[in-house]
Design a protein around this ligand. Structure first.
Ligand SMILES: C[S@@+](CC[C@H](N)C(=O)[O-])C[C@H]1O[C@@H](n2cnc3c(N)ncnc32)[C@H](O)[C@@H]1O
Length: 286
């Protein structure tokens, strides 16, 4: 495995994923009781957009570059605020930086909350945990391990509240199968957790097959509610670059569907060219 997120940091998929991540964390914080974030595919935590990898693809310019330059209407601006409050100071730094999922979690969590960050690449965890804001933080554990396997050992967390983020690179053909198996095993042990899993849409049939199998597995595990959020910035083609992606959210905070209907069409319009759009559907529950 040689996936490096540095090539893609801040692209349309990162913006989509991290905006939804911040909305979920905002809602988890509404109750005083502690919760845990388990990030199975954490990456490096912060990416240098002036480095060779990001410069080579320039993907961030069509992602966070466009969102940062746009003027959002007031209702969207309110929903983007927790995301942009973390992103903009880093983006405007010299060199410009873009935060990964561990940085959003770390900066939004409270003293009573805990975080576990996993990555299969030792180097990613070493880079993450070498950052002073992570190294000195006793709420954080960083582990170099296969995130799909590790998840089973980490659920349910002692807090019995929290979010599992599963964000695989989808470099191998087995990742839809691995994702389904990981979600099935974890929800059998902890059906009430909030789970957020990312998937690419290059082949609509493969994505639909995954979603159908997931709906059935989640019903069997006793999960009551699930959302499917999708965002595309151009028409997807199996042989072309990634232009469409989705998130499955199990046990979503109640307001998330309504918020997604406000913020996702805006993000699609702002980052899209050609046939862009957003789709928000319930997979389970009403
Ligand atoms: C898309 S990136 C994660 C980005 C990160 N979640 C974020 O939002 O900033 C995928 C990460 O998964 C890691 N990875 C690949 N296979 C893995 C596995 N089986 N278990 C855990 N991590 C894995 C890669 O090293 C890479 O850092």
């Amino acid at each position: 495995m040689n996936y490096r997120h540095a090539y893609h940091a801040g692209n349309f998929a990162d913006v989509f994923k991290h905006v939804v991540l911040t909305r979920i964390l905002v809602y988890l914080k509404r109750k005083e009781t502690a919760f845990r974030v388990i990030d199975t595919h954490a990456g490096d935590g912060i990416y240098d957009l002036s480095a060779e990898a990001a410069e080579k693809t320039s993907e961030w310019r069509d992602g966070i570059g466009k969102v940062a330059a746009a003027e959002a209407p007031p209702d969207v601006r309110d929903l983007l605020e927790p995301y942009l409050a973390i992103v903009l100071p880093l983006l405007n730094a010299d060199p410009p930086l873009y935060p990964g999922s561990p940085t959003f979690a770390r900066r939004l969590l409270r003293s009573q909350d805990r975080m576990i960050f996993c990555d299969a690449q030792e180097e990613a965890i070493a880079v993450l945990m070498a950052r002073s804001e992570f190294r000195r933080d006793r709420r954080i554990k960083g582990i170099a391990i296969d995130g799909f396997t590790a998840l089973n050992a980490f659920v349910p967390p002692v807090e019995r509240r929290g979010l599992v983020l599963i964000d695989p690179p989808f470099e191998t053909k087995t990742e839809f199968v691995d994702l389904l198996a990981a979600l099935t095993a974890a929800t059998r042990k902890w059906p009430s957790g909030v789970y957020m899993a990312w998937f690419p849409i290059k082949d609509r049939g493969a994505a639909n097959g995954f979603l159908d199998a997931l709906r059935q597995a989640m019903k069997d595990a006793g999960v009551r509610s699930a959302l499917r959020l999708e965002l595309q910035v151009e028409t997807p083609r199996p042989d072309a670059a990634l232009v469409a992606n989705g998130l499955v959210i199990l046990n979503p905070p109640y307001p998330l569907a309504v918020e997604a209907r406000t913020v996702l069409p805006y993000l699609a319009r702002t980052m899209g060219t050609g046939r862009f759009g957003a789709d928000i559907q319930r997979l389970l529950g009403d």
